[in-house]
Design a protein around this ligand. Structure first.
Ligand SMILES: [Zn+2]
Length: 117
C-alpha cells in the first residue's frame, strides 16, 4: 500500500525539492511547536529528543555537505532528516503515514501539493 501512494509522483524529485526548502531549523521547530529549543550556533539548534528518550542535547541543523536538515540525539543515538523528525514529533509512522508526513513537510516548506485530495 505505501507503493500505491508514492507512485503518483516521483518521490525522489519531491524529496529533493522539499529538502532544498527545509533548510532553516528554526522554521521547522516553530512549525512543529517544539518547546525547549536552544540556539547552539547560527545553523544548529539544541532540541529535546524527538524520540522522547529524555536527552536534552539532540542537535538539529542544516548540514551543507549532506544538503539536508538533519538531527541527531547523542543520548539514544537516533537521528534522521526533516521528514523523520516530523513523523516523530507528530507520532506518525514514516512508512505507513508517509503521505501525511510529506504533506506536513510541504506545508512547512510552503510548497503546494499537486494532488487534490
Ligand atoms: Zn534521544
Amino acid at each position: 500500500m505505501p507503493n500505491a501512494l508514492v507512485n503518483e509522483f516521483d518521490p525522489n524529485a519531491l524529496d529533493q525539492r522539499l529538502m532544498a526548502r527545509l533548510t532553516d531549523p528554526t522554521v521547522l521547530v516553530s512549525a512543529l511547536g517544539i518547546a525547549g529549543v536552544v540556539r547552539r550556533s547560527a545553523s544548529y539548534l539544541g532540541i529535546p529528543c524527538p524520540k522522547g528518550c529524555g536527552g536534552k542535547f539532540c542537535t538539529l541543523g542544516w548540514v551543507k555537505k549532506k544538503g539536508a536538515l538533519l538531527w541527531f540525539c547523542p543520548t539514544c543515538r537516533t537521528g534522521g532528516n526533516a521528514l523523520q523528525l516530523i513523523a516523530r514529533v507528530k507520532g506518525w509512522d514514516i512508512v505507513r503515514d508517509f503521505r501525511r508526513v510529506l504533506r506536513e513537510a510541504q506545508r512547512i516548506a510552503g510548497i503546494r501539493s499537486r494532488t487534490t485530495t
